[in-house]
Design a protein around this ligand. Structure first.
Ligand SMILES: Nc1ncnc2c1ncn2[C@@H]1O[C@H](COP(=O)(O)OP(=O)(O)OP(=O)(O)O)[C@@H](O)[C@H]1O
Length: 316
């Protein structure tokens, strides 16, 4: 289906309250078709609430949105027909096998027996579930379950897929397998709206990232744009004892220090020249450095700088 605009999702001024707790406080979003958009936020930032609103599971208290060309409040059925949702509200039935779960979905989508069987077989193959097809979902690992859940979503060939924390709790191998699946879906023209607590996941997958904090989007852009928004990197120096830490702090001047870990964090522009100048200064003052690491800004820094969250999102 062609859409009137090239946006798969637009939202303007979304608001949602639980009692007098303002969970979303005027959220604007624009997600171009065929891209991965990641909504990043700490626990409780409002990510799931946003997904629930955009996927018609709950209503917003204010604002408007269009999904796949349909108005969210005026045409909720058309929105539902165009989207798939996986994540914290899994549709997998534990008592059914993987194959039965998919067949049930095919029936719900009125695919017909032959087309349903074909689609089920194709999805079992695509999601590496052929060997497990006849086992009940209760016996599946976390990664297999997520794959089955996503495969079930795809039975209806959605244009827009909401993935709510799709890899939370998965081991690194299963996480990478899920990332590969997401890339393949996008290559096929699907739009992905991904919520995650993992900065690495957003960095790997997302064309654009929005950082949600206390119900507001505090920054939006590509991973590189976000990284450029915050001050440069730093050099982390560690010392064997308090005395070396003291002399180093005196030698290099204004730096942040952590006496517990015997570390100094010195602002650094990433150039060899300034690194050499720092080492020379330490040498001239006869300071023994135990270890040194150069740190360039990553999404973790961006997140901390933008949200001031003590409980930062998980960097892997
Ligand atoms: N049904 C509800 N009733 C009352 N408060 C709710 C309800 N659902 C969510 N909240 C509150 O809204 C806030 C945002 O929750 P939400 O689940 O959207 O956050 P999140 O960013 O998805 O967090 P997480 O990463 O933990 O899933 C939280 O403070 C939560 O306690």
């Amino acid at each position: 289906m062609t859409m009137p605009s090239q946006s798969a999702i637009t939202a303007t001024g979304l608001r949602r309250l639980y009692g007098d707790h303002v969970v979303l406080d005027g959220v604007d979003l624009n997600v171009p078709c065929g891209t991965v958009f990641s909504l990043l936020g700490a626990n409780g930032a409002g990510k799931t609430t946003t997904v629930k609103i955009l996927s018609t599971l709950i209503r917003a208290d204010g604002g408007s949105a269009r999904i796949a060309g349909h108005d969210l409040s005026a045409e909720p059925d058309a929105v539902r027909a165009a989207i798939g949702v996986t994540g914290q509200f899994s549709a997998v039935d534990n008592l059914l096998t993987g194959q039965e779960n998919l067949t049930l979905m095919a029936d719900l989508h009125h695919l017909g027996r032959k087309a349903g069987r074909r689609r089920t077989a194709q999805l079992l193959e695509q999601f590496d579930l052929v060997d497990a097809a006849k086992k009940t979902a209760a016996t599946y690992s976390g990664g297999m379950r997520r794959r089955l859940d996503l495969a079930m979503t795809l039975v209806g060939s959605p244009q827009v897929i909401f993935l709510d924390e799709p890899t939370t709790g998965l081991d690194p191998r299963s996480r990478r397998a899920m990332w590969q699946i997401v890339r393949e879906l996008v290559a096929g023209g699907v739009t992905i709206f991904l919520t995650t607590q993992y900065l690495e996941e957003a960095d790997e997958l997302a064309d654009r990232i929005a950082v949600l904090d206390h119900g507001k989007i505090v920054a939006e852009g590509t991973a590189d744009e976000l990284k450029r928004r915050i001050p440069g990197g730093h050099v982390l120096l560690r010392f064997a004892d308090e005395r070396d830490l003291e002399s180093a702090a005196r030698a290099v001047g204004q730096v942040s220090r952590d006496s517990d870990t015997l570390a100094l964090r010195v602002p650094h522009d990433g150039s060899l020249r300034s690194l050499k100048a720092l080492l020379d200064r330490l040498d001239q003052n006869a300071v023994e450095v135990d270890s040194l690491s150069v740190h360039t800004p990553d999404l973790d820094d961006v997140f901390l700088a933008l949200t001031g969250n003590k409980e930062k999102v998980t960097a892997r």
